[in-house]
Design a protein around this ligand. Structure first.
Ligand code: TYD
Ligand code: MG
Length: 453
């Protein structure tokens, strides 16, 4: 009898007995394709199988401290990892093709090797000679990193067994294939099987493993989302095409804060660390112009200043445009609605464009007030003073809420030469951290204060 067919969703990994256009489990469209399942193992037995062992929590000796994390010396990477690489951890690094993942990980491999970790870099996309050439170009030819060009999982596990590395980098998970899975490399079942084998091997043997994953057009790591659940840390490497800045962002981290970012610049000699991202994000800023506002944000544990740019223009369309780069479109719609409902400032019939300069993506609600300021400044064609930063969250009622870490934001702004801030500060007025603070308690008050309306 023919084997029953299996269909898997590439977004969530759910399996179905027949194809459909939409996944019932996660609701995504066009993600279901036919897959051959893992070949059956030995006749399954539940009782009588090898006995596992359980320990009580108190059995864990308190004297045995966990092995220390390893610092690569690339501060931007170490911080995003939560303070260095944790032994036996599994890390997934996702990003668009060509964004610089292989470059970043080759540089990281060299640094970790120089810091004393036995490091193996497995490339499934390039031959060892190509990786060597790249290493030479990056000035890393002397680093004690072992290279392997393999895609068969069995070969890789055998290599790992022989080489006994402490850190292995798999570039990329989509090129790996297990010979007990019948579908093609890159398919859902292959990616899932390879990720599972590699992460469980890593946990068993105390090896740290870094998996490189390509992302699809809509920004998700190609392959089932279950891979993200298998690893301890998920990092995204992102950047705008045409910009040399690259941002490494922790979206999940069992060993440190999520949302931490590391900033790099792609140069002719590989990736260089950017230790002062605020200066970089503001470096392209010209004269104060309508629609431009500097937002004092917090990314992870670090304050970062960025410029928000808005353009508001009469719309020739019956349905005016709302275009956002680097921020959430839904949140923009909310700010526009609050401005209209609470302050009586309509945006109907106007196209609205909002851009976060430098290719950064921000997700903090504290950007609300800066966005509102940029929109109003563009609409009224009135520039805000160039030496002012803005931040604060806006609620649906039009009230303003103080943002966390106000002091840190103000300190960073002062360091970069700003002299004034507009923010709901929770009671503080006057000069705070060296900046003249304009208090605002609600949006109407803010509009009156800043735009005299
Ligand atoms: P790569 O690391 O191969 O990207 P990924 O692994 O994410 O697909 O990076 C490729 C791009 O980086 C390529 O467009 C060239 C550029 N690059 C530099 O600008 N400078 C360099 O020193 C290196 C190695 C690459
Ligand atoms: Mg690559």
């Amino acid at each position: 009898m023919a084997k029953p067919k299996t269909f898997l969703c590439s977004a969530c990994g759910a399996s179905f007995s027949k194809w459909s256009g939409q996944c019932d489990a996660c609701g995504d469209w066009n993600t279901i394709s036919e897959e051959r399942p893992l070949s059956a193992g030995p006749a399954s037995k539940t009782l009588g199988a090898k006995r596992g062992s359980a320990i009580t929590l108190t059995d864990l000796s308190t004297e045995e401290t966990p092995p220390p994390r390893t610092l690569s010396g690339l501060d931007e990477l170490d911080r995003v990892l939560g303070g260095g690489l944790v032994p036996s951890s599994a890390v997934l690094v996702g990003g668009d093709p060509g964004i610089g993942k292989s470059t970043l990980l080759l540089q990281a491999a060299a640094k970790f090797a120089q810091a004393g970790l036995r490091t193996l870099y497995v490339s499934g996309e390039e031959a060892s000679a190509q990786v060597q050439m790249r290493a030479q170009r990056l000035g890393l030819a002397e680093a004690p990193v072992k290279l392997a060009a393999e895609t068969n999982l069995r070969d890789i596990l055998t290599t790992l067994d022989a080489e006994r590395p402490q850190l292995v980098i798999i570039d990329s998970i989509q090129t790996m294939w297990a010979d007990n899975v019948e579908s093609a490399p890159g398919s859902v079942s292959q990616v899932r099987a390879a990720a599972h084998e590699l992460t469980s091997f890593a946990k068993r043997r105390g090896v740290s493993v870094v998996l490189v994953g390509h992302v699809t057009k809509d920004g998700q790591i190609a392959g089932p989302r279950v891979v993200e659940h298998m690893v301890d840390t998920v990092l995204y490497f992102e950047g705008e095409r045409g910009h040399q800045f690259r941002i490494l962002r922790a979206v999940k981290n069992r060993f440190g804060p999520a949302d931490e970012i590391g900033v790099f610049e792609m140069t002719g000699m590989g990736l260089a660390e950017v230790t002062n991202p605020s200066a970089l994000f503001l470096s392209e800023r010209g004269q104060p112009s309508p629609g431009s506002v500097v937002f004092a944000g917090i990314e992870g544990t670090r304050p970062v200043l960025v410029e928000l740019q808005a353009l508001v223009a009469p719309s020739p369309h019956s349905q005016p445009r709302r275009t956002v780069v680097g921020w959430d479109g839904g949140r923009l719609a909310m700010i526009l609605a609050v401005l209209e409902a609470r302050c009586g400032i309509p945006f109907a019939g106007l196209d609205v464009y909002l851009n976060v300069a430098g290719g950064l993506k921000i997700s903090e609600p504290a950007a609300d007030l800066a966005v509102a300021a940029a929109l109003l400044s563009a609409r009224e064609d009135a520039a805000l003073p160039a030496d002012t930063v803005v931040f604060g969250e806006i609620s649906l009622s039009g009230a303003l809420r103080p943002a966390p870490q106000t002091e840190n934001r103000l300190k960073e702004a002062q360091k970069l030469g700003f002299t004034a801030a507009i923010a709901p500060s929770g009671g503080k007025t006057g000069t705070v951290s060296g900046l003249a603070l304009t208090q605002a308690t609600d949006l109407t008050g803010f509009v009156g204060e800043v735009f005299g309306a």
